[in-house]
Design a protein around this ligand. Structure first.
Ligand code: MG
Length: 362
C-alpha cells in the first residue's frame, strides 16, 4: 500500500449560533470537522497532496476518533486500484469510480471517513493529471445557486439574520423549536423569496398536519425531515396530505436508502458526508433522479473543501444548500468563490484548486 493520509481535527467557531431540533453542535457556537491530507509515496517526496474533508456527525455514529480508527482499513481497501489511480484519465476515472464500492465493502457506515478520503483522492488525481476535479468527474451543467440556512432562535433574532441574508435566492429555516410559525411569520416579513424548512426529526404527525396551512400560506417551498429517520409511515402519511414536497434527509443516508423512500417522500437530501464523498453522491443523485425524486444537495458545517467537492455534483441537484463554510466565522481554506448570484464558482486550477490558509505567526 502506497497511500497514506494524515487527519487533522479542526474546531471552528460559527458566525452565528446554530441550533437545530435534534442537536446544538458544540452548544451551537463551534463545529468540529476533519481535514485529510492524502499522499501517495509512489509520487516521491515532491508529489502532490490531496485535500479532503469529512464532517463527523455523532447522529450518524461518527467522531474524529472513529474516523481515525477506520482510516487504515479504508486505505488498505484501496490497494487494488492504487496503480490505476496513477494512470491516464480514463483509467484513473474508472479507478476513482471503484473506490466507493471498495470502501463500502471494507466497512459499512462511516460516511464522513469515506468522504474525507474520496475528496482527497479526487483532489490528488486531479493535481496529478493537471485537471480540475469538475472536469475529472465530468458532471455537465450549471451549478444552481445556494440557499442560506438559519438555526433555531427567537423569531426576532432569526428575522434579523434573514434580513442580513436577503441576497440569497432562498432561505432554509431550521424549525422544531418552540415558535415555528412565529419564526416563519417574522422571516416572511423581511424576506420575499422561497423558504425551505427543516425540522430535523423534531415534529409530531399531528403538529405537522396542523401546521400545513400556515406553511403554504407563508410560501414554504419544501419540508425537510419532519419525523424520525425510520418513521417512513409518518412521512408517507404527511406527504399524502401535503401539496409541499417532503424531503428526506436523516432517512436518506446512502444510495441503499432510496428504494424504500419511493412513494414515501417527493425529494431526498444527498450529502457527501453522509454517503461517502463525490463519487457516491453523484451515483446517489443520479439514482434518485432515475427513481423520480426531486434532488436536494445539502452539506454539514464544513470548510470550503467539503463545499467545493459538493459543488462538483451540484448540477445534478434541483435544490442546493451548500452554505456550510459561509456559517463559519472564518473559513480556513482559500480558492472557492461565491458569485454575486450565490452560485459557487470552482477554481480552474488542478484538483479542487484549494489551499489551507496559512495563519500569520502570533
Ligand atoms: Mg436536514
Amino acid at each position: 500500500m502506497t497511500l497514506s493520509a494524515r487527519l487533522e481535527t479542526l474546531r471552528l467557531p460559527l458566525r452565528d449560533p446554530f441550533v437545530i431540533a435534534r442537536a446544538s453542535h458544540g452548544e451551537g457556537r463551534r463545529v468540529t470537522t476533519v481535514i485529510a491530507e492524502l499522499r501517495d509515496e509512489a509520487d516521491g517526496p515532491d508529489g502532490p497532496t490531496g485535500l479532503g474533508e469529512g464532517y463527523p456527525d455523532s447522529y450518524y455514529g461518527e467522531t474524529p476518533a472513529t474516523m481515525a480508527a477506520v482510516l487504515p482499513l479504508l486505505l488498505e481497501a484501496l490497494a487494488p486500484v492504487e496503480d490505476a489511480l496513477r494512470g491516464p484519465l480514463p483509467t484513473a476515472r474508472a479507478a476513482l469510480d471503484a473506490t466507493g464500492g471498495l470502501m463500502a465493502a471494507a466497512i459499512a457506515h462511516h460516511g464522513a471517513a469515506k468522504c474525507a478520503i474520496d475528496i482527497a483522492l479526487h483532489d490528488l488525481v486531479g493535481r496529478r493529471l493537471g485537471l480540475p476535479v469538475r472536469e475529472l468527474v465530468g458532471v455537465p451543467g450549471e451549478i444552481p445557486p445556494t440557499d442560506f440556512t438559519l438555526g433555531i432562535d427567537a423569531p426576532a433574532v432569526v428575522a434579523e439574520r434573514a434580513r442580513r441574508a436577503a441576497g440569497f435566492p432562498a432561505l432554509k429555516i431550521k424549525l422544531g423549536g418552540p415558535a415555528d410559525v412565529e419564526t416563519l411569520e417574522a422571516v416572511r416579513a423581511v424576506f420575499a423569496g422561497p423558504i425551505r424548512v427543516d425540522a430535523n426529526t423534531g415534529w409530531t404527525p399531528d403538529g405537522a398536519l396542523a401546521m400545513l396551512p400556515d406553511l403554504q400560506r407563508l410560501g414554504v417551498e419544501l419540508i425537510e425531515q419532519p419525523f424520525p429517520a425510520r418513521r417512513l409511515d409518518q412521512l408517507r402519511e404527511l406527504q399524502r396530505h401535503s401539496r409541499l414536497p417532503l424531503v428526506a434527509d436523516e432517512s436518506a443516508v446512502t444510495i441503499d436508502d432510496l428504494d424504500a423512500l419511493v412513494g414515501v417522500v417527493a425529494g431526498v437530501n444527498v450529502k457527501l458526508a453522509k454517503c461517502g464523498g463525490i463519487g457516491p453522491a453523484r451515483r446517489m443523485l443520479e439514482r434518485a433522479r432515475a427513481l423520480g425524486f426531486r434532488t436536494f444537495l445539502g452539506c454539514m458545517e464544513e470548510t470550503s473543501i467539503g463545499i467545493a467537492a459538493s459543488a462538483v455534483v451540484a448540477p445534478l441537484a434541483d435544490w442546493v444548500d451548500l452554505d456550510g463554510c459561509l456559517l463559519l466565522a472564518e473559513d480556513p481554506v482559500d480558492g472557492l468563490e461565491l458569485d454575486p448570484d450565490k452560485r459557487w464558482r470552482l477554481s480552474g486550477a488542478p484538483g479542487l484548486g484549494l489551499s489551507r490558509r496559512v495563519r500569520p505567526a502570533r
